[in-house]
Design a protein around this ligand. Sequence first.
Ligand SMILES: OC[C@H]1O[C@](O)(CO)[C@@H](O)[C@@H]1O
Length: 483
Amino acid sequence: MGGLIFGYDIGISGGVTSMPTFLEKFFPSVYKKEELDKSTNQYCKFDSQILTLFTSSLYLAALVSSLVASYATRRFGRRLSMLVGGLIFMVGAILNAFAVNILMLIFGRILLGFGVGFATQAVPIYVSEMAPYKHRGALNNVFQLSITIGILVANVVNYFTAKIEGGWGWRVSLGGAAIPAVFISVVAWILPNTPNSMIEKGELQQAREMLCRIRGVSDREIEAEYIDLVAASEASRRVQHPWRNLRLREYRPQLVMSILIPALQQLTGINVVMFYAPVLFQSLGFGNNASLFSAVITGLVNMLATFVAVFGTDKWGRRKLFIEGGIQMLIFQVAVAVLIALKFGVSGNVTELPEWYSIIVVMCICIYVSAFAWSWGPLGWLVPSEIFPLEIRSAAQSITVSVNMFFTFGVAEVFLSMLCGLKYGLFIFFSVFVAIMTVFIYVFLPETKGIPIEEMRVVWKRHWYWKRFMPDHDDQQVNGNSV
Ligand SMILES: OC[C@H]1O[C@](O)(CO)[C@@H](O)[C@@H]1O
């Protein structure tokens, strides 16, 4: 549900902004340009700061709230943080559904953002801590899977609400966000806290019992894992200032990854497609209906391809997926740029594409989206959430979330003007980053598959570059090997 509310918001805004009644009510100047002036340059049709703010304000709020949520997940537990997130989110959705002016609309989006910040902070940590390490990758990827389900549901909802007589369908679209919010609030009541969180709060016996319960084994069989958790918690307790600690030399590899992985995930340009697919397709000359339908198709591909990661990360490892996904994205991003350049050139003055041509464009976009969906999408959350030792986990996760939101915000902010300015070159712009990030992973990211979360130090100690940051004093036994 945490992923779903996030995904729903990602997918919903592009569709409603392509609905004429919504535009007319809140963004009359864009409406005029879009509806009345058919001759305008296609690349610049939707270039409006206030329209952009409608999409991007949510991510700015999520950025701020994930910093607060970091304190909350540590102090009050992961569960309560999820509950608070769900409730704030619900209020935001209701405000949006009944919006009568732009202020209500943007204020609602900001509340939704606060909810998203809390949920994305608390959920991946919760899942990583609950999961047995052999299945941690798969279970964590379900978070991204639910983001993609949320995006798809939003695309489908938009497709149907756009057809509602009277043009108030956008209210249903925006209000629909309240449904997963109710779920998450109710479910957060029922869920137990993680053993790690209980140990952090000194509830040792309860933590032990919880560990037996979630692993489904007897007290004796959880002994090793329990000792690991308690040791990690003690180390964590000695750390008074997780934020200051994060700057210590020994956490350098984690700090670098917690910043670069989410930043690079957004610099793949994925949200150009996710936020603005209907707008993008309209700019490419598709009709209203066809644009919303094409967004459903990209949403579907995005969701289905995420299953590859759910089943594949613990089998093939993180690195292989990252690298394969990167190469595939690069090729098809360049293909999209070439296809658009050939038809629209620099002037952008085309009113319609031949059908076969549009189909090829949509196919290339889908292949690009599928590559993202089994690589950077899920791994962008999984890898950061599994590499941090407990003593800095909440702080580092909140860096990951806020960097992700910052770049999501950035892409949402600049996309429409960049499309207008860079034209088809926009896709080349992102493909340069995709090339850089693929090389970065190849050189700097060690494989983390199958390593218990509290023993993760070993991967840095073995890495040709990162080992110089690791202190020598804490040699450990891992899987029988001294490291
Ligand atoms: O599935 C695509 C979605 O996944 C995310 O990258 C989050 O991991 C979003 O920013 C994007 O819209």
